[in-house]
Design a protein around this ligand. Structure first.
Ligand code: PEP
Ligand code: MG
Length: 342
């Protein structure tokens, strides 16, 4: 089993390499947007009223993302890198204090009251089950197009600079629950990528895959696999959606469950093999039934937990991915479990 790791920036990628990672299983692109010099452009993108405004803001983000991806590809020297399209609910990026709101309004040539109206319109009662993941690309395809452009242009540039490396971008579409939404977002990705590759003169291959993190995706994984060249199990979301409690709130009541011996472990730390694990196994089997060579991995926090890694080995996942500091323990656990299951 080939251990990867989760890394969101070129710095994370370098650190992961030092700890022995053999690729990146999850690069969360949104983490690049929180930098002070970038947040302004993403805010402009979110509050845009027209496609033209949104594209103008995305054009500012493009060189920043491309630069980060170049740094990541350089650090990984041709090892696999899975880059996830934007995932969180957009309002996470919005300003809340008056000073920032006034600045953004001035930048966007808007009245403060109008901007406040847009911000409150973005409010969601349950954002983790709201307008996020691939739903963002269904409503605003230009976001996925810009991110794909940044990924593919970076890969082309680094491939040209290092012909000895074999760079194969893996573009991951998050929060899919229905094969048709995956097919739609994938069409944005492939149209953009194919045009850039044709123009570049570089014979670049790339993969498009998805996360399995919604129970419906696991249940229909045979259909999903017809459109996905790889699955990465997002067991953080899959756990919260399967148990029906939020990873951000469960801490408040889980201690009572441990005291009363209802649960023995935190299911967000150790994979619940009895429930969530069955969805993982079922989806892996269903995925292989329609695409026998599908690449399978895990990128939730469980990817760094030894007992969860043992389970991943048993269901035949190809890699586990975790945060850089957990890579050494994950490598050891993967090696031990490979020996035990030989
Ligand atoms: C997951 O859901 O397991 C995952 C890796 O995504 P995130 O934690 O970023 O939602
Ligand atoms: Mg997730």
């Amino acid at each position: 089993m080939k251990v990867r790791t989760n890394a969101d920036t070129p710095e994370d990628a370098r650190q992961a390499r030092e700890f022995g990672a053999e690729g990146i299983g999850l690069c969360r692109t949104e983490h690049m947007f929180f930098e002070p010099d970038r947040i302004a452009a993403i805010r402009e993108m979110i509050v845009s009223k027209t496609v033209e405004q949104r594209e103008a803001a995305l054009a500012k983000l493009l060189p920043m993302q491309r630069g980060d991806f170049e740094g990541i590809y350089e650090a990984m020297e041709g090892l696999p890198v899975t880059i996830r399209l934007l995932d969180p609910p957009l309002h996470e990026f919005l300003p809340h204090d008056g000073y920032d709101i006034a600045n953004l309004a001035a930048e966007m040539h808007m009245e403060v009251t109008e901007l406040k109206g847009i911000i409150s319109g973005l409010h969601e009662f349950n954002p983790m089950m709201g307008h996020r993941g691939c739903r963002l690309d269904v409503t605003y395809p230009e976001i996925g197009a810009m991110q794909t452009r940044a990924i593919i242009e970076a890969a082309v540039n680094v491939q040209k600079a290092h012909p000895e490396w074999d760079i194969v971008p893996e573009i991951m579409i998050p929060l899919v629950g229905e094969v048709k939404e995956l097919a739609y977002v994938k069409s944005i990705v492939t149209e953009t990528a194919d045009a850039i590759i044709a123009e570049s003169g570089v014979d670049l291959k790339y993969l498009v895959g998805t996360m399995i993190e919604i129970p419906r995706a696991a249940l229909t994984a045979d259909e999903i696999a017809k459109e996905a060249e790889f699955f990465s199990f997002g067991t953080n979301d899959l756990t919260q959606m399967t148990f029906g409690f939020s990873r951000d709130d469960a801490g408040k009541f889980l201690d009572a469950y441990y005291d009363k011996k209802i649960y023995e472990n935190d299911p967000f730390a150790r994979l619940d093999v009895v429930g969530v694990g069955q969805l993982v196994k079922m989806a892996a089997d269903l995925g292989r039934s329609t695409r026998p060579d599908i690449k399978l991995g895990i990128c939730g926090e469980h990817g760094g937990d030894p007992s969860s890694i043992e389970f991943c080995q048993q269901v035949g996942l190809n890699y586990v991915s975790c945060s850089p500091f957990r890579v050494p323990i994950a490598r050891l656990a993967a090696a031990q479990s490979a020996l035990r299951n030989r």
